[in-house]
Design a binder for this molecule. Structure first.
Ligand code: GLC
Length: 551
């Protein structure tokens, strides 16, 4: 079944967008690392799944100090993934199957191997080349003290000292993430011009959208003040490096670039902010189109908390006329089936709870119900590769295999994010489970992260054959979401279905989710369209969701 992209300029308002973490999706050349050839070979799978667009995590030339979020060249594909010609072919082939492409742009920082940063190091203190970054003398007589005590999102400090061309200790540079990701200076015109040109480069190649990495961090207070004291809240827009008001000018300029192209080219922001109003401000009509809504993911499996989150989200979006997005996970967070199997199933970076027990059967039932809940809510839906297979977080990776810098920078305390980045299982009963194609005349290399034994029932091939699988549930849900006019963009009407139950109407589709401890009676209805677990049509078991035809 081919779903040609409609000319509808509002396609993005209810799109289902699938996140491809290229390294781990499919390996076309058998070297153990996913690549564009692998994605191209699996496009029919994505068409059959029923997604509208693919978001590719960075596929650019990169030393991979942060899985590609350390970009050395935005206009080149990393050789491990393929070539620019392959990316162009992939974009065209996907479009021919009705699937749009969204690329990831990382404007907060570049790789320390990026030509600008190498030139800045070589040119030395006071040079124009250094003005594109945040170089700063250290404190104290010998300059050995860090300029500020800001904390890296990955743990540790945010400044690294340079060595001058003559070998003496030099200035420090700012990096909100790893040492290998120097932050750009967004007061510099070159930084603005370069990014607008990168957007054009990819729009010219037919991409339908840009995912904006760390979108609320770009602008810094040039005075580089210390962080607000713990427990105090800075004035809105007054944090030294988060959610500063000047950011909105950047996205207004980007919106102009996007709007200068035919068809709707969308800007999707990665905006981690607690304040729903400040978040929604990025979605004003002349800024981004949408942003990831992480609020639902941060909630425990609790009807009151989830309903409040949905209401908060919809209200904030309504104020700016933007559709909401629904996100259960991504390449940075613990997989839903593992999370929802824990006593506290909310996600936060501060409490990943690795090592706390999880009941994967319970987690799977809840993740299935959560899939139907989020797919029924108004707006667009993000699906991270492997969640449609119900893959669990791999929490017992051998420490020597872990590559995520979050792990090393925390001194091994933080498990890092590799547990949700394990290569996908496609077929067969042992690693690499069809992840890697056989290279000519040989056997594939080991996957870049080891896959667990016991994933045979979780492969795509096994799940395609099993009507009760997570994959079949997702396929059915996405097909219905496409065919039911009530689903997708629009509004919802809550129904009262009793404590511990979420129930709402979308046109003539009802969605009921039972988060209580016992079975609940379903409201009067005209038939079960889809359910995440067994139901006789009269009652719904705990941790189960159903889509019903309104009576
Ligand atoms: C975003 C990405 C994450 C990356 C970070 C730094 O949060 O999702 O994977 O490590 O930005 O670029």
């Amino acid at each position: 079944m081919v779903h040609p992209p409609s000319d509808d300029p509002t396609w993005w308002r209810d799109a289902v967008i699938y996140e491809v973490y290229v390294r781990s999706f499919a390996d076309g050349d058998g070297d153990g690392t996913g690549d564009l050839a692998g994605v191209r070979s699996r496009l029919p799978y994505l068409r059959d799944l029923g997604v509208d667009a693919l978001w590719f995590t960075p596929w650019y030339a990169s030393p991979m100090a942060d899985g590609g979020y350390d970009v050395a060249d935005y206009r080149a594909i990393d050789p491990a993934f393929g070539t620019l010609a392959e990316a162009e072919a992939l974009i065209a082939e996907a479009l021919a199957l009705g699937i749009r492409t969204i690329v990831d742009v990382v404007p907060n920082h570049v790789s320390d191997r990026h030509p600008w940063f190498r030139a800045a190091l070589a040119a030395g203190p006071g040079s124009p080349e250094r003005e594109r970054f945040w170089f700063h003398p250290g404190t104290g007589p010998d300059g050995a003290g860090i300029p500020t005590h800001w904390e890296s999102s990955f743990g540790g400090g945010t400044w690294t000292r340079t060595t001058n061309p003559d070998g003496t200790p030099g200035e420090w540079y700012l990096h909100l993430f790893t040492t290998q990701q120097p932050d750009l200076n967004w007061t510099h015109p070159d930084v603005w011009a370069e990014h607008e040109d990168v957007l054009r480069f990819w729009f010219d190649r037919g991409v339908a959208g840009i995912r904006i990495d760390s979108a609320a961090l770009l602008v810094k207070d040039p005075a580089l003040p210390e962080l607000p004291a713990p427990g105090t809240t800075p004035a809105p827009g007054g944090h030294p490096h988060l959610d500063r008001d000047e950011l909105h000018d950047v996205y207004r300029a980007w919106r102009k670039v996007a709007d200068s192209y035919p068809g709707t080219r969308v800007l999707v922001g990665e905006v981690w902010l607690d304040d729903a109003e400040r978040f929604a401000a990025y979605l004003r009509p002349d800024e981004m189109h949408t942003a990831f809504n992480f609020d639902v993911m941060a909630q425990p499996w609790d009807a009151v908390a989830l309903r409040a989150s949905v209401d908060r989200t919809l209200a904030a979006h309504r104020g700016v006329g933007a559709p909401a997005t629904w996100v259960l996970s991504n390449h940075d967070v613990t997989r839903p089936v593992t999370r929802y199997g824990r006593a506290d199933s909310s996600f936060s970076f501060a409490a990943k709870r690795a090592g706390t027990p999880t009941d994967l059967d319970l987690g799977t039932r809840r993740a299935r119900a959560a899939a139907l809940l989020t797919a029924a809510l108004p707006g667009s839906l993000y699906l991270y590769q492997g969640d449609e297979l119900g893959l669990p977080e791999v929490e017992d990776l051998p420490p020597e295999a872990v590559q995520d810098p979050m792990h090393a920078r925390s001194g091994g305390v933080d498990p890092g994010r590799d547990g949700c980045r394990v290569p996908l299982p496609w077929s067969g009963d042992r690693p690499p489970y069809g992840f890697s194609a056989d290279p000519p005349g040989g056997v594939p290399a080991e996957p870049w992260l080891p896959q667990p034994a016991g994933w045979a029932p979780r492969t795509v091939a096994a799940q395609e054959a099993d009507p009760g699988s997570m994959l079949r549930l997702y396929r059915d849900a996405l097909a219905l979401r496409r065919s039911e006019p009530g689903l997708g963009d629009g509004d919802l009407r809550w129904l009262d279905a009793g404590p511990g139950v979420l129930a709402f109407a979308r046109g003539d589709v009802l969605c009921v989710v039972n988060l209580s401890a016992g079975p609940v009676a379903l409201p009067p209805h005209g038939g079960v369209l889809l359910a995440s677990g067994p139901t006789d049509g009269a009652a719904l078991d705990p941790d189960t969701a159903a889509w019903l035809r309104a009576a």
